[in-house]
Design a protein around this ligand. Structure first.
Ligand SMILES: Nc1ncnc2c1ncn2[C@@H]1O[C@H](COP(=O)(O)OP(=O)(O)O)[C@@H](O)[C@H]1O
Ligand code: SF4
Ligand SMILES: [Mg+2]
Length: 379
């Protein structure tokens, strides 16, 4: 397969496929700007499934779409930056953007209609994606589409690709959508709630497929989902988002075993788990800050069961407390020490990555630069 990259890479193969640093996104929502993404830090390496979880409105979809610079404008990068395979997404040229969308990164949405046109045979989207990014002839692209469909376990690949979307089940439509997203052989797949519209068994099959794609093809996957059981079973790393900020990040096993941030703990406690059948579920009361609201201190302060007076004033810093477990909560050292009877403190601050372009970084709700910066500039 011929695959051209129009820009020089400035990442190396050891570097993550996706790097997001201190990202803030503003949207002109008509009656004034809003900030649905205030401070997102994450990386996704080749072969890794990185899940992005959090309640509705936390800014997950806006973050996911920003990796392909979708929805910009009206959205714009307010601060921080992101890079896919070394390409600075925020400052990508028109050629780089064409190559980015489908060539370096593919996207799958909750509804397959986001990728498949209901009036056209499903396979056309796959063939077009392949041709756009490879220069293969129509016949070669069709052969390639059939190979992809078979690899994605589409039943009767030829018949499925010749079907109209409505003739396929939801699960099969999503597999065709993934085939279209992978048509240009991207390094990154961004999947925004790809299983939400599917029943549990079909959803699990799809997550299994994503895991196989990650392992076998070295695909980096950013998976936005509400399905915490699926995350526990299939994700490598989890980032928990709250009010536009990543508040905790950890290897999946560690996050479920020992969450540090009070919001993560609440989120997990609110899940119906068979072992806690009969127990009352936890709910955090009150609303999260709206994207138009300014956040001075910790964005979770108004709902946090262990908040102290200072929490509403002091922005917590996103720090690493255990290997690859990061968290933005000022009180973590204090309450974890109380729980474990050990002295706790941050292991090391997040390393600065100078090669990731930063557009006028200003104080935000989690990154080390925001430390001790009372008063916000988010809205
Ligand atoms: N284009 C837009 N115009 C106005 N508001 C938007 C737009 N896109 C997202 N928002 C708002 O930004 C917030 C975060 O949205 P989103 O990223 O879709 O949340 P999530 O995916 O976590 O549920 C929500 O309050 C949503 O209403
Ligand atoms: S900083 Fe304070 S309000 Fe925020 S999560 Fe920690 S304890 Fe709760
Ligand atoms: Mg969403």
């Amino acid at each position: 397969m011929t695959k051209k990259h129009t820009t020089e890479r400035y990442s190396t193969d050891d570097e993550p496929v996706l790097t997001i640093r201190k990202l803030g996104i503003e949207i002109d929502a008509g009656n004034g700007p809003i900030t649905p993404v205030r401070d997102v830090n994450l990386t996704v390496a080749a072969g890794e499934i990185h899940a992005l979880v959090g309640e509705s409105g936390a800014g997950k979809s806006v973050t996911a779409r920003s990796t392909l610079r979708l929805g910009m404008p009206p959205a714009r990068i307010l601060r921080g930056g992101l890079a896919v395979s070394g390409v600075d997404v925020g400052n990508a040229s028109a050629d780089e953007l064409r190559e980015l969308r489908g060539g370096r990164a593919g996207m799958v949405f909750q509804e397959p209609s986001g990728s498949l046109n209901p009036g056209r045979r499903a396979g056309i989207a796959v063939v077009e994606a392949i041709r756009l990014h490879t220069g293969l002839s129509r016949r070669q692209a069709w052969e390639r589409a059939l190979e992809l469909a078979a690899a994605l376990e589409l039943r009767d690949p030829e018949r499925s690709l010749r079907s109209y979307p409505h003739e396929l089940s939801g699960g099969m439509q999503q597999r065709v959508a993934i085939a279209a997203a992978l048509g240009g052989d991207p390094a990154l797949l961004v999947a925004d709630e790809p299983t939400t519209a599917l029943d549990a068994r079909v959803a699990e099959g799809l997550l299994e497929l994503l895991r196989r794609l990650a392992r076998e093809r070295g695909l980096a996957v950013l998976l936005v989902t509400h399905d915490l059981a699926g995350v526990a079973a299939y994700a490598d790393t989890v980032s928990v988002m709250y009010a536009g900020c990543v508040v905790e990040q950890a290897p999946a096993a560690r996050l479920f075993e020992a969450p540090l941030h009070p919001y993560t703990q609440n989120l997990l406690m609110a899940q119906p788990v068979p072992s806690r059948r009969g127990e009352a579920l936890w709910y955090t009361s009150g609303p999260a800050p709206e994207p138009h609201e300014s956040v001075g201190g910790c964005p979770y302060a108004a709902r946090c069961p262990i908040a102290e007076e200072s929490c509403a004033r002091i922005r917590p810093v996103f720090l690493e407390y255990r290997e690859r477990q990061r968290c933005a909560c000022t009180l973590v050292p204090k309450y974890v020490s109380a729980l474990l009877g050990e002295e706790w403190g941050p292991a090391l601050p997040l390393p600065a990555r100078e090669h990731v372009p930063l557009n006028g970084v200003s104080p935000n709700c989690g990154s080390p630069e925001g430390h001790g910066s009372p008063g916000g500039d988010d809205a």
